[in-house]
Ligand binder design. Structure first.
Ligand code: TRP
Ligand code: SF4
Length: 344
């Protein structure tokens, strides 16, 4: 569908198989990834690597829109994010793993995309309205924060991505991206594909308090957590509140621990449900078994992560190469953009 206007160029990305669809997605580096991030995104990304040309981005500039005070931590957090990614199985040979701020073309396309969308449209963005309400920001909101989806559009379009794996919360942003792509194409000729959302299906994943796992609620368990840390966080976790004694039958459907069984120890689910409902297993035992099982589940991830962490030079190299590959693609797209617009 993406007609190529550039004669003599096939629009190939480095290492791309012709006809292979392009994916871009990103995460903001705000600290070590937790089970919710893993279930909601990372695990899904890993499975996409064989079927698509994948670009996975550390969205460090995006952190600045809401957390200027965290600027000093961004670099460290970006490296931690790479370690989590590599540990979990993102493969730097298959996918391009890069840092947004290292590809300046994002900033240039951001500026151009800013002309493709109205202020009113950005102000009506439901995510933006929620944030203003939740953070009580009113007119104190920064220009860059309003432009968050414009930068996100540039992130996606600069790789000519066909699809973007995202959680449902990101759908409004993707719709805005499509609008900006359409606007550009209408004005300057078919240049960008209109990227589709690949919505990650995950039921809301519970944290240690039974609410949605989220860093801001302080209820997370990190995918890199050691067996001790896992045990410490699981033992006081939320269970069926009506179950006071071991002799009370429990209701696993309202228990966070049970959801974790479903996710990480599927072979144990039937027995756990049965023993819980029949008061044949106490919550303390139930959690001990889970802690052990989850520790084992994530052991390969921890080991792989640790081996990358022990070799900072090779991590530097992976980051450098990923950014370089991203830059090449982004540069080619910007040449097309300049040509389409008649600039430069
Ligand atoms: N907004 C995304 C989030 O908060 C991060 C992000 C930045 C992103 N740029 C992107 C996601 C481009 C997908 C595509 O999770
Ligand atoms: Fe939850 Fe297990 Fe306790 Fe049942 S026995 S309420 S599943 S922790």
């Amino acid at each position: 569908m993406n007609s190529n206007t550039n004669s003599g160029q096939t629009g190939q990305n480095s290492g791309q198989i012709p006809g292979q669809k392009i994916i871009l997605s990103g995460m903001r580096p705000t600290g070590r990834l937790h089970w919710g991030n893993y279930t909601g995104a990372l695990e899904n990304w890993i499975g996409l690597q064989d079927d698509y040309k994948c670009y996975f981005m550390v969205a460090d500039w995006h952190v600045l829109t809401t957390a200027l005070d965290k600027a000093a931590e961004i670099n460290l957090n970006s490296r931690e994010m790479y370690l989590d990614w590599l540990g979990a199985g993102l493969d730097p040979e298959k996918s391009v793993l890069f840092i947004q701020s290292q590809v300046k073309e994002h900033a240039e396309l951001y500026l151009i995309m800013a002309m493709m969308i109205s202020m009113g449209r950005l102000e009506r963005n439901p995510t933006f309205k929620e944030q203003i309400r939740d953070l009580n920001l009113g007119s104190e909101i920064s220009y860059g924060h309003l432009g968050y989806p414009v930068l996100q559009a540039a992130d996606i379009l600069v790789y000519l991505a066909n699809a973007v794996p995202v959680g449902e919360d990101q759908l409004p942003h993707l719709e805005l991206t499509r609008e900006m792509a359409r606007r550009f194409n209408n004005h300057f000729g078919e240049t960008f594909p209109e990227p589709e959302a690949l919505v990650t299906k995950f039921a809301r994943f519970p944290g240690t308090d039974g609410k949605r796992m989220s860093k801001s609620l302080g209820n997370t368990i990190e995918i890199s957590a050691s067996p001790e840390e896992i045990r410490k966080k699981i033992m006081p976790a939320f269970t069926d509140p009506a179950r006071l004694r071991k002799s009370d039958p429990g209701n696993p459907e309202i228990c966070a621990v049970y959801t974790w069984y479903e996710k990480f120890l599927p072979d144990e689910v039937a027995r756990t449900a049965h023993e819980c409902k029949n008061a044949a297993r106490g919550c303390v035992d139930c959690k001990k078994i889970l802690a052990e099982g989850v520790s084992e589940h994530f052991a390969p991830l921890r080991e792989r992560r640790a081996s990358y962490a022990a070799d900072p030079k090779s991590l530097d190299e992976i980051i450098h190469t990923g950014c370089q590959r991203a830059r090449e693609t982004a540069r080619r797209t910007m040449e097309k953009v300049h040509q389409a617009m008649g600039l430069g």
